[in-house]
Structures are given as structure tokens and as C-alpha cells.
Design a binder for this molecule. Structure first.
Ligand code: NAP
Ligand code: F7E
Length: 338
């Protein structure tokens, strides 16, 4: 029997990769999208699957939209990837973020409990929940210490998922995914901002790229690999949460330096603090500078994940290292840039 799955947030980075993976496994894939005057399914188009998924309208903050969909399809699996996922914006729109990213999880789980409790549920939890870390390396048992309205909303979704699993016997799990990037990453996130920005500079379409805290460190993996782990979590006998990460951490500045190497830009860092900048040694021009506009009211300085439970139970391991991730992103940037 063909399985039917709902992916909320199918138009996003992970939604697109997961849809492709499920289609390859012969699922019937329903993707939900919210109404928008500039709706774009460019990621699904890029992967050649926009006509292979059934699109339904769903605004995550709207309980009736969720009920309508769950009533219409007898979903075997629901992957809740939809969210206001940009940490910086969550400081400007905290209420909106808590609704879309946080309480929507409760709406979906309550709907599953009421209408079809056999549906398996995946919640996209985040390493941002660790925030100002209380342990050097974070695993499934590390306490959370969130530093943004986004992270607080994710903590709410995380514990709600646990509650529904433990109280109502629903197969509900959270994947605590550390940062994962790809050519399909949104342009506002720092890795994509850097790869696209530096390609614009070499094409002569941008003079200088402005960034915030280049000393923040993240455990960066490859999104295409991470959605395999997401799927595996729902195929287990027992519902459990998993950390998904590479176990290595790099600063934003190190990510920039890898990008420079690949693009063969001969750059030199000069200055300190707000005056730190990168000059192009070929012509002496500043190509990267700091703009405090991109700082956050509270920062997550460093994250490193321990995904040994996933290695053991899911038989999942990351393969792509930072250098290769940069290469994958830049090759795509150069191919599609116009
Ligand atoms: P993304 O590219 O920002 O995609 C977010 C998706 O949510 C988009 O499809 C977006 O639709 C949809 N969405 C936003 N607001 C909505 C609303 N009000 N109603 C319905 N849909 C809405 O995020 P991603 O990187 O793929 O991440 C997927 C999930 O994993 C998110 O929940 C994110 O918070 C979480 N996560 C991501 C990472 C990471 O490093 N990427 C790590 C841990 C957890 P539009 O196209 O209309 O905006
Ligand atoms: O920032 C610093 C910034 O926006 C990474 C989301 O997918 O991963 C993502 O959240 C770091 C931060 O991702 C700029 O201050 C410096 O320390 O790429 P980001 P994020 O905030 O880590 C987690 C796991 C999620 O769950 C989220 O949904 O880079 N940084 N300068 C900058 N960041 C941005 N965006 N832009 C800058 O100019």
C-alpha cells in the first residue's frame, strides 16, 4: 500500500529535499503551502518535482486549515517542517513566531489525537533550543537554554511533541537538527548570504557584503543528508528523539575563508571589532565589512552536536564535510547565477 505523507513547509529547503526523498520511496506526497502574492515553488522546480506533489493550502496558525487537511487525507505520516524559521526575524515578530513555530505544533497534535491517532508525527526541533549552551557538546539529554523567541517557540513544540507521545501513545518524535545548508538554503541565512554575496562580487553585481557576528560558531551539515535521518526517525519501532549533527564546529569567518579559497579570491582580513573587514588584495577594495544591523539582541555563540545515538539506532552518519558543503553550494551558485 502506498503511504500518504503531509509535509508542512514543503516550499522550504528541507521540505523540498524531503518531498524528493519520499517520492523516490513511492509515497503519495501532499505538500502544504500558505497563500501568498509571491508564492514560489522554485525549490521543487529545481528538483524537478513540482508536478509530482499535491499542493494544499495551509496557514499554520489556522486550526481549521489543519483539521480540514487531516480530515481529507488519512495521513500515515506528517512531517511538520513549516515554521517562521529565521532567528533574527523572531526578535521583530515574537508573537507571530510563537504562533506559527510554536503553538501550531499543539494544533496539529491535538488534531491527530482527535481525528487519526495512528498518524506518525515528526517535529522539526532545532539546536537553537540549546542556546547559551550548558554543556560543551550537546546531545538528546542536554538541557535547553534558548536565546530567541524562535528557540523558545521550538522548545514549546519539542515538549508538546514529547507530551503527546507519552500521554496519548501517539508516534510523535522530534529531530533536534543542527544547522544544515545547501544550494536550496534561503538567501537570508548566513551561509547562503556568503556564497551568493561573493559570487555577486566576482560578477561585478555587488561591491561589498555586510555581515554581523562573524565569530559565531555553528555545526554545519548538508540538508540533503539530514532529511534521510528525518525519514528514518518515523520508520523506527519505538518513537524517540534524535540529535542530527556533524560533531564539528566552524565560525562564520572560517566559512568565509573556505568560500574565498574555492572562488580563488585573494583576500586579507584587517582591523578589529566593528572595523574588521576583508580586502581584495588584487585591487585593495573592501569586499566584506561588519554592519551592527545584523547583530542579534541575544546571540548563540557556539553549537556542537553529538549524534552518536542516530549513528547507532538510525544507522545514519553525515558524509559531507564543511569544505565539500561549500563546494556544493558554490557550484550551484555559479550554475544558476544570472
Ligand atoms: P525554511 O526554508 O525557512 O522553510 C520554512 C517553511 O515554512 C516554508 O515552506 C515556509 O513557507 C513555511 N511557512 C512559514 N510560515 C508559515 C505559515 N505561517 N504557514 C504555513 N507555512 C509557513 O526552513 P528549513 O530550513 O527548510 O527548515 C525546516 C524546518 O526545520 C523549520 O521548522 C526550521 O525551523 C527547522 N530547522 C531548520 C534547521 C536548518 O538548519 N535549516 C535546523 C533545525 C531546525 P513560505 O515558502 O511560504 O515562506
Ligand atoms: O545564522 C551569524 C548569526 O541565520 C548563523 C536556522 O535554520 O539554524 C538556523 O539558525 C550565525 C548566527 O542561522 C550574519 O548571528 C553573522 O550566529 O544562518 P543563520 P541560525 O540563526 O543559526 C538553526 C539550527 C535553526 O533552527 C534556524 O531555523 O551567523 N551571522 N552575520 C549572520 N547571520 C545572518 N543570517 N546574516 C548575517 O549577516
Amino acid at each position: 500500500m502506498k503511504k500518504t505523507a503531509l509535509i508542512t513547509g514543503i516550499s522550504g529547503q528541507d521540505g523540498a529535499y524531503l518531498a524528493k526523498l519520499l517520492l523516490n520511496k513511492n509515497y503519495k506526497v501532499i505538500g502544504s503551502d500558505r497563500r501568498s502574492s509571491r508564492a514560489s515553488l522554485w525549490r521543487l522546480k529545481r528538483l524537478g518535482i513540482e508536478k509530482k506533489v499535491i499542493m494544499e493550502e495551509l496557514e499554520l496558525s489556522e486550526l481549521y486549515d489543519i483539521k480540514r487537511l487531516v480530515q481529507k487525507y488519512k495521513f500515515n505520516e506528517i512531517y511538520n517542517l513549516g515554521a517562521q524559521s529565521f532567528v533574527k526575524s523572531s526578535f521583530n515578530s515574537p508573537l507571530y513566531t510563537s504562533n506559527v513555530t510554536g503553538t501550531s505544533v499543539l494544533k496539529i497534535l491535538e488534531t491527530i489525537r482527535e481525528i487519526n491517532p495512528k498518524t506518525k508525527f515528526y517535529q522539526a526541533s532545532s539546536s537553537e533550543m540549546y542556546g547559551k549552551v550548558v554543556e560543551k557538546i550537546q546531545n538528546e539529554n542536554t538541557n535547553f537554554n534558548p536565546q530567541s523567541p524562535y528557540a523558545i517557540a521550538k522548545v514549546f513544540g519539542h515538549y508538546t511533541t514529547k507530551l503527546y507521545r507519552e500521554s496519548y501513545n501517539i508516534f510523535a518524535v522530534s529531530g533536534i537538527l543542527f544547522n544544515h545548508e545547501s544550494p536550496l538554503r534561503g538567501e537570508e541565512f548566513v551561509t547562503r548570504k556568503i556564497t551568493l554575496g561573493l559570487v555577486k562580487i566576482i560578477k561585478g553585481d555587488l561591491k561589498c557584503l555586510e555581515l554581523g557576528n562573524i565569530y559565531a560558531k555553528r555545526d554545519w551539515g548538508y540538508a540533503k543528508e539530514y532529511v534521510e535521518a528525518i525519514w528514518k526517525m518515523l520508520q523506527q519501532k519505538k518513537p524517540e528523539d534524535f540529535v542530527i549533527s556533524t560533531g564539528k564546529t566552524f565560525s562564520v569567518k572560517q566559512f568565509i575563508n573556505e568560500t574565498l579559497k574555492f572562488l580563488k579570491i585573494n583576500g586579507k582580513w584587517i582591523g578589529k571589532g566593528l572595523n574588521e573587514r576583508l580586502i581584495n588584495k588584487r585591487n585593495g577594495k573592501t569586499i566584506i565589512k561588519i554592519n551592527p544591523k545584523f547583530f542579534r539582541p541575544a546571540e548563540v555563540d557556539i553549537l556542537i552536536g553529538d549524534s552518536s545515538k542516530a549513528h547507532k539506532v538510525l544507522k545514519w552518519k553525515p558524509r559531507v564535510k564543511l569544505k565539500e558543503l561549500v563546494k556544493i553550494m558554490l557550484e550551484s551558485e555559479l550554475k544558476f547565477y544570472n
